[in-house]
Write a protein that binds this ligand. Structure first.
Ligand code: 5RP
Length: 223
């Protein structure tokens, strides 16, 4: 049984005809997007708005019509994966480096559904290093300020070359000990000059679709 496929495809049930759908990034939402592509082929009429270039490519491949922000009034629903989900549905995201566009789209959506295989569920956030997107200019200084908040940041690299986000920025993966006040940390990180956004999504998820130990689908939500 592929846990990511099960939760990813379950989320499709919330997509209705005529909706504008925020399409997340990663290997879980891959299954959502692939299934949506099949439904579009069978006549479902939706428009997608992608959270990354990678997702844009996938959505085009599977035949989901895409829109830009200037063409829409609102996003009805956003569906995305997560790297960690705590008991209050707060998230760490950005393992794939798409956290900024993901947060813009989740914030703009009337409803935000998170799909998470059981390994993503935690009591408290922090085992997964928190991704923080920073502008390249002066990143060495930005790093020191992030460090002052109590973590050890590592510049994300591929073969010794800094990883670049779709926005042309760098990512620091920040090892904090357990994150007990995610809302405060989210705000404090974003107050640092040079920080563009961080991967804490606090109070944003409306529903979390996951699996329990028996591999039954569990849907928890605020609404
Ligand atoms: O935040 C993300 C990308 O920036 C992803 O949603 C997160 O990394 C989960 O990915 P996956 O579904 O592949 O486990």
């Amino acid at each position: 049984m592929n846990d990511k496929k099960v939760v990813g495809e379950k989320a499709v049930e919330y997509v209705k005809d005529g909706m504008v759908v925020g399409l997340g990034t990663g290997s879980t939402v891959f299954h959502t997007i692939s299934k949506l592509g099949k439904l579009v082929e069978e006549g479902l009429s939706i428009k997608g708005i992608p959270t990354s270039k990678q997702t844009e490519k996938l959505a085009k491949e599977v035949g989901i019509p895409l829109v830009m922000f200037n063409e829409i009034e609102q996003i009805d629903l956003a569906i995305d994966g997560a790297d960690e989900v705590d008991d209050d549905f707060n998230l760490i995201k950005g393992g794939g480096g798409a956290l900024l566009r993901e947060k813009i789209i989740a914030k703009a959506a009337k409803s935000f559904i998170v799909i998470a295989d059981p390994h993503k569920r935690v009591n408290k956030l922090g085992a997964f290093p928190l991704p923080v997107e920073v502008v390249p200019f002066g990143f060495e200084m930005t790093m020191k300020h992030i460090q002052d908040l109590g973590c050890s940041p590592h510049l994300r690299q591929n073969n010794g070359i800094p990883f670049l986000t779709d926005n042309g920025n760098y990512i620091f993966d920040c090892h904090f000990p357990k994150i007990s006040q995610p809302g405060e940390l989210e705000k404090n990180l974003n107050l640092i000059p040079g920080v563009v956004e961080n991967g804490l999504f606090v109070g944003m998820a409306d529903k979390v679709i996951t699996l329990n130990r028996e591999k039954t689908i569990i849907i928890n939500g605020r609404v």
